[in-house]
Design a protein around this ligand. Structure first.
Ligand SMILES: Nc1ncnc2c1ncn2[C@@H]1O[C@H](COP(=O)(O)OP(=O)(O)OP(=O)(O)O)[C@@H](O)[C@H]1O
Ligand SMILES: O=P(O)(O)OC[C@H]1O[C@H](OP(=O)(O)OP(=O)(O)O)[C@H](O)[C@@H]1O
Length: 213
């Protein structure tokens, strides 16, 4: 039997939408796919192997070639800058990255503090704005930082805006729109060209159909 094609799936909020998209594209994913603690799931009939990873780690598995393909948010791609090909915008998990903070406040004149899960994106953004800032890396509940006096501003994901509103924060700038992307290891792309192209085409067809309804 041929070596399976390995796809790194992000656990968490993208997972469900991504699995639904794969099923629409004709993948016969087993029920255990949706409800299991297993981190490696083989779909032997179709010769696919899925690995379930933290969203921020998906490009790492793909860059190192232990996964041929992966699904990752554009936010993660911008933050991680891994050597992988981004082949499709899957148009799922739509949101954007924004600068937010307490209303009617100015940033500290000297090295204002910016709390974020995205230190690279945030420092590039403020450097391009000509602002010298101090980045404070957090791993979640970013909106807490300005409330508790840890930071002047945050750089974080906004989707419905509910988290900002419920914490009395306002958006100051939108940085970039985010959706999930299908990414491919460059060597796999050459070596497993036929299987990868087939898969990309199937998903692209589903996306085209969705775009026309
Ligand atoms: N509120 C949101 N609405 C829509 N998409 C989002 C939202 N928050 C994050 N995303 C997108 O979903 C991806 C995964 O988010 P998720 O919250 O599952 O990951 P995470 O924050 O790394 O996980 P964890 O909360 O376990 O640390 C993000 O990289 C981003 O592209
Ligand atoms: O605009 P909204 O629809 O309210 O969504 C935005 C929130 O969603 C994400 O947090 P998540 O739920 O992943 O929790 P986290 O704080 O653990 O990152 C993000 O970091 C925001 O806090």
């Amino acid at each position: 039997m041929k070596e399976p094609l390995t796809i790194a799936m992000p656990k968490g909020r993208i997972f469900e939408e991504a699995a639904a998209l794969l099923r629409e594209a004709g993948f016969k994913l087993p029920p255990e796919f949706d409800d299991s603690r297993k981190l490696i799931i083989d779909v032997e009939e179709e010769n696919f192997r899925f690995i379930l990873a933290k969203p921020m780690d998906v490009p790492t598995y793909v860059e190192h070639g232990v996964a041929d393909l992966g699904i990752a948010g554009k936010d993660v791609m911008l933050e991680e800058e891994r050597d992988v090909y981004e082949v499709l915008d899957l148009k799922i998990s739509q949101c954007y990255l924004a600068v937010a903070g307490l209303p009617n406040t100015k940033m500290n004149d000297v090295a204002p503090k910016i709390a974020t899960k995205y230190p690279n994106v945030a420092s590039t953004y403020f450097r391009e704005q000509g602002e010298q800032v101090e980045i404070i890396k957090l791993n979640g509940s970013i909106e807490l930082a300005p409330l508790i006096g840890l930071a002047d501003r945050i750089v974080d994901i906004v989707s419905t805006g509910r988290t900002l509103v419920e914490n009395g924060l306002v958006e100051y700038e939108q940085i970039v729109d985010i959706t999930s992307r299908l990414i491919v290891n460059p060597v796999s792309y050459r070596m497993k060209d036929k299987r990868i192209s087939e898969l990309v085409e199937k998903i692209a067809d589903v996306l085209k159909q969705k775009a026309t309804v």
